[in-house]
Design a binder for this molecule. Structure first.
Ligand SMILES: C=C(O[C@@H]1C=C(C(=O)O)C=C[C@H]1N)C(=O)O
Ligand SMILES: Cc1ncc(COP(=O)(O)O)c(C=O)c1O
Length: 271
């Protein structure tokens, strides 16, 4: 399906675009089923927070309308919305009056082996560390070189995802996923106040767990806490939930809470 730029079919982009020049923008990767973008409100909420924190001017109702129209035309697959601060004037100085440029791309459904969800995955022990930047923490901004470098650390098919730590060795998230562990019935995920992407599926699973009366914690996670976890899984808004079976010399069974939340995620993504 053709890409759209500012609501019109296009196959070219301004060479002055700040997203290209400086990564000055945000993006959302949204599953589409039956012509409907899934978990749309959570995606748009994260995008709006990013625009607010980066002071990018955008018409959010227009973005919603264009997203719905594009998803209806795409029907099935993965929709990517890239929002940039438009053209650059000169250097880094942003133009506070510039209206965001909207780029919509349609991709086929992500073709992940079914075995990842069924049997679980091994995480590659990435040596690339996430840097501390509270001003950007949580946002799905366009500066993804840390993930690009981390993903280049492995080429084998044995590892479906990687695990990224921060500069002091805290467990943060996957390369394209968030991470949860379960210990004594408590669902735990990393505090992302310093780095990491606050995933839409992460937010939804925390909400669903709390709705089920399952205690949750958002805390700093050490490798020792990961080691002694009863269950570990990773998640994102495209594949849902993958149980984690191994990371370096550590290993875990697929646990009951992982399966419960995986079923919930699958239902949300099979809408
Ligand atoms: C990197 C992108 O998006 C991330 C990757 C996935 C995926 O590969 O399943 C899904 C959502 C995002 N975490 C992208 O290029 O869209
Ligand atoms: C670095 C990173 N962390 C986490 C996630 C999971 O985010 P979401 O659940 O919104 O797909 C993604 C996917 O966009 C990501 O790229």
């Amino acid at each position: 399906m053709d890409s759209w730029v500012d609501g019109q079919p296009a196959d070219a982009l301004s060479l002055k675009d700040r997203g290209l020049a400086y990564g000055d923008g945000l993006f959302e990767t949204i599953a589409v089923k039956g012509g409907q973008p899934l978990l749309l409100d959570r995606h748009l909420s994260r995008l709006a927070e990013g625009c607010s924190r980066l002071a990018i001017a955008a018409d959010h109702e227009l973005i919603r309308a264009e997203l719905l129209a594009y998803a209806a035309a795409l029907g099935e697959g993965v929709l990517k919305l890239i929002l940039t601060r438009g053209d650059s004037l000169r250097g880094y100085a942003p133009d506070p009056s510039a209206q965001a440029r909207r780029i919509l791309q349609g991709n086929p459904p992500a073709a992940y082996p079914a075995v990842h969800a069924k049997q679980g995955v091994r995480l590659f022990p990435c040596t690339t560390r996430l840097s501390k930047q509270p001003l950007l923490a949580g946002l799905k901004h366009l500066n993804r070189l840390e993930q690009v470098i981390a993903r280049s650390e492995w080429q084998d098919t044995e590892h479906a995802e990687g695990l990224m730590l921060d500069q002091v060795g805290r467990v943060i998230e996957g390369v394209f996923s968030n991470l949860f562990l379960v210990r004594d019935g408590v669902l735990v995920t990393a505090d992302l106040k310093r780095c990491g992407v606050a995933g839409v599926m992460r937010a939804e699973l925390l909400f669903q767990a709390e709705s089920l009366g399952i205690p949750t914690q958002i805390i700093d996670i050490t490798l020792e806490q990961l080691q002694w976890a009863d269950e570990v899984f990773v998640c994102n808004s495209v594949y849902g939930v993958w149980p984690v079976r191994a990371y370096a010399a550590l290993s875990w069974p697929v646990g009951p809470l992982t399966r419960k939340l995986q079923t919930i995620a699958r239902a949300l993504l099979d809408a």
